[in-house]
Design a protein around this ligand. Structure first.
Ligand SMILES: Cc1cc2nc3c(=O)[nH]c(=O)nc-3n(C[C@H](O)[C@H](O)[C@H](O)COP(=O)(O)OP(=O)(O)OC[C@H]3O[C@@H](n4cnc5c(N)ncnc54)[C@H](O)[C@@H]3O)c2cc1C
Length: 340
């Protein structure tokens, strides 16, 4: 895990390089790792292109909008174990974008008992979490609905065939199984990922029901369902996350079948008399890594390509943010070498 350096790079004449003072980065993926990296570089004066295949930024902090408001499909909470992410979260609380999770948090199941639980240092978003991620981008240029197909030294090739090159650094922030097929031309990076990272799936359901415990958050003592979180913006709407084991068992089934299985498990766990309504369902095939490559980033210095995100730095929003932020800070420190 070392700083990038320009050794072995053959690109244009020395005069041409000297005349171009603004450094350029191309980033794949506008989840929290890619967006935090983009924002730090843009704030340091870099010209940043960030590409995402989705309709907006957010990645696994995405939001589903519906009539009464919005709901969170991915991570329900943002938590920080240490600085510098703690300071970032305090700043977001000050802006009115996050609030600490307090109050009615229950753990258990109706047929056994409910116990009050606590979630230390956990915050929930008051604005759509995808907007939190967008706010990190600063002046970076976000290209949405733009899938990157291939990564080459200093170069991104888009699915449309368009070539975006001459970057001083290319950064890939997508989950490792999605990064591997893009890295044919960079076998050292590809092989490091292939040997070390495995992701596990989660089904998320947006559900409504009558009855159940008076709660904001329910942590289930169960093998099928993990957690249910009341959505502040949608009257009576809850996000329910399956366990990894449930999603692995029902990985190939239809949305209707997965929803029916989850609804019947939920009715049992909450002791509900009336059927559960399912508003939406989403299968996260790559929800969380169960292992990681280690460190905050992986880089191929000669080819000016680096990998960031939770597949490298470890599971969770904090690690993903830190991976993007720290790598961008290292690049900014290496600016003099990069610009030569
Ligand atoms: C259901 C669920 C629950 C979770 N719960 C928690 C929790 O309680 N606490 C916690 O800390 N974390 C939790 N997480 C994990 C957390 O959300 C992630 O660790 C974090 O958001 C990862 O951010 P990232 O930037 O590394 O990746 P991502 O958010 O996945 O960003 C990658 C981006 O790359 C884009 N992309 C992929 N391929 C391409 C391509 N070829 N071209 C262009 N763009 C591409 C994607 O569209 C995506 O926007 C949860 C995740 C899920 C899914």
């Amino acid at each position: 895990m070392t700083k990038l350096h320009p050794q072995g790079v053959g690109r244009g004449s020395i005069d041409a390089k000297a005349s171009r003072t603004t450094l350029r980065a191309g980033i794949v993926g506008a989840g929290i790792s890619g967006a935090s990296c983009a924002g730090v570089l843009a704030a340091a004066g870099w010209e940043v292109d960030i590409f995402d295949k989705a309709r907006g930024a957010g990645g696994r902090l995405s939001t589903r909008r519906f009539e009464e408001g919005w709901a969170t499909l991915g991570s329900q909470f943002i938590s920080a174990k240490r600085d510098p992410f703690r300071s970032q979260l305090r700043e977001w609380v000050r802006q009115g974008w996050l609030v600490p999770v307090r109050g009615k948090i229950w753990k258990g199941r109706a047929t056994v008992s409910w116990a009050q639980a606590h979630l230390q240092n956990h915050y929930r978003p008051l604005i759509p979490p995808s907007q939190l991620v967008s706010n990190l981008l600063g002046t970076a240029r976000l290209h949405t609905q733009t899938r990157v197909a291939t990564i080459r030294p200093r170069t991104l090739i888009l699915e449309s065939g368009e070539i975006r090159g001459e970057y001083d650094c290319v950064i890939c922030s997508v989950p490792s199984p999605q990064a591997i097929p893009m890295l044919e031309a960079l076998p050292r990076l590809r092989d490091r990922l292939a040997e070390s990272v495995h992701y596990r799936p989660v089904w998320t359901f947006l559900m409504r029901w009558e009855g159940g415990p008076d709660a904001e958050v329910i942590q289930f003592d169960d093998d099928m369902l993990n957690i249910a979180v009341r959505q502040a913006e949608g009257a009576g709407v809850w996000a329910v996350h399956s366990s990894h084991a449930f999603a692995e068992t029902y990985l190939q089934v239809s949305v209707v079948e997965a929803g029916t299985r989850a609804a019947s498990a939920l009715m049992g766990l909450l002791g509900l008399q009336w059927p559960v309504e399912i508003e939406a369902a989403h299968l996260w095939k790559l929800a969380r890594p169960s292992s990681s490559a280690g460190g905050f980033w992986l880089s191929d210095r000669e080819n000016r390509v680096a990998l960031i995100g939770d597949g490298i730095a470890g599971a969770g929003v904090e690690r993903a943010w830190e991976s993007g932020t720290r790598f961008a800070q290292a690049l900014v420190q290496a600016e003099e070498e990069l610009a030569v």
